[in-house]
Design a protein around this ligand. Structure first.
Ligand code: DCM
Ligand code: DCM
Ligand code: DCM
Ligand code: ZN
Ligand code: ZN
Length: 264
């Protein structure tokens, strides 16, 4: 996602925190963030160049056309480096944050950075093309037109669909889009939310579930009907926007659920 996608997910999440985790997040955020997790939700993108090792943690590559994800195949030894992918990073930073209440182990980690990485990566794993195909780098090598503008398919899903939605329906105001998603979470999606939150297990977070949904959505919605130099306009926008809104909602709900399990 771009800045707005991450901002939306962190804002939705922070409003759903338990008292204990709201407190922990407040303690971990730097003062200049003024207790707004959304304002630092894109921090992980800004440090890609400073922390070179982190750039491979923003995505998962899966084999062309299979439309499936498997941790052992796609992350465990990705690029010859153990667990160096988006799902491995989510597990890693979740484990780091679990040391928060233990004075003896928390000093090993920078838990402010761990919170900012985790908040960003639970967002990214809900962008379908961050769990795309190796061969096209999650849609980065597929040239398309978004209406009249030249771009790549990956960017359409990171940024363009959200931007066009904000311009067309929300008076170019991201807060209005957040309000609508929050209304849907307590409205039309209310009976699914508990299922989104749970991990089907005793795990603190479940990136493998999020990633499996992601590659499925990438095949069914993002890649579908798109070829090199496709012109994407209203047909694509109108049919894909509900998927983008759903993934933003799930990202926010699951970030909150994960933080609530971490901090109790
Ligand atoms: N790291 C991470 N997530 C992973 C693997 C590594 O955040 N899945 C981070 C933790 C270290 C940093 O990479 O702070 C540098 O690791 P290394 O020294 O192994 O390059
Ligand atoms: N790390 C982790 N999970 C991973 C990979 C790395 O928690 N999947 C952590 C362990 C160390 C740091 O990153 O704190 C350095 O990683 P490594 O020891 O793999 O170089
Ligand atoms: N990306 C991805 N899959 C890849 C490579 C990159 O999803 N195999 C993502 C990371 C960034 C965007 O695409 O969000 C652009 O990547 P970069 O800046 O590395 O070109
Ligand atoms: Zn991206
Ligand atoms: Zn990212």
């Amino acid at each position: 996602w771009g800045i707005d996608g991450h901002f939306i997910i962190c804002r939705i999440a922070q409003a759903r925190l338990s008292n204990a985790s709201a407190d922990a997040v407040k303690q971990l955020l730097p003062d200049y963030a003024e207790n707004d997790l959304g304002s630092l939700c894109s921090w992980a993108d800004r440090v890609k160049f400073r922390y070179h090792w982190s750039s491979a943690l923003h995505f998962i590559d899966t084999p062309e056309k299979l439309c499936t994800y498997q941790y052992s195949r796609d992350c465990k030894d990705a690029n010859g480096e153990k667990d160096r992918c988006l799902a491995g990073a989510i597990n890693n930073y979740t484990n780091q944050l679990l040391t928060y209440s233990s004075e003896s182990t928390k000093a090993k980690y920078n838990l402010t950075e761990a919170l900012l990485f985790l908040s960003h990566f639970i967002g990214d794993i809900h962008q379908p093309l961050h769990v795309g195909f190796t061969e096209d780098k999650g849609g980065n090598t597929i040239d398309v037109h978004w209406y009249t503008r030249k771009t790549v398919l990956h960017h359409v899903w990171d940024v363009s669909i959200i931007d066009t939605s904000e311009e067309r329906y929300y008076n170019s105001n991201v807060e209005n889009l957040i309000d609508t998603i929050q209304q849907n979470i307590t409205g039309v999606w209310a009976d699914q939310v508990e299922k989104w939150e749970n991990c089907n297990s005793t795990e603190t977070t479940c990136p493998n579930i999020y990633a499996s949904e992601g590659i499925k959505a990438a095949c069914e919605w993002a890649y579908k009907g798109v070829t090199e130099d496709s012109v994407l306009k209203d047909d694509y926008f109108i049919s894909r926007l509900p998927i983008v809104n759903l993934r933003l909602a799930q990202g926010g709900v699951r970030l909150a659920a994960t933080l609530n399990r971490i901090f109790g």
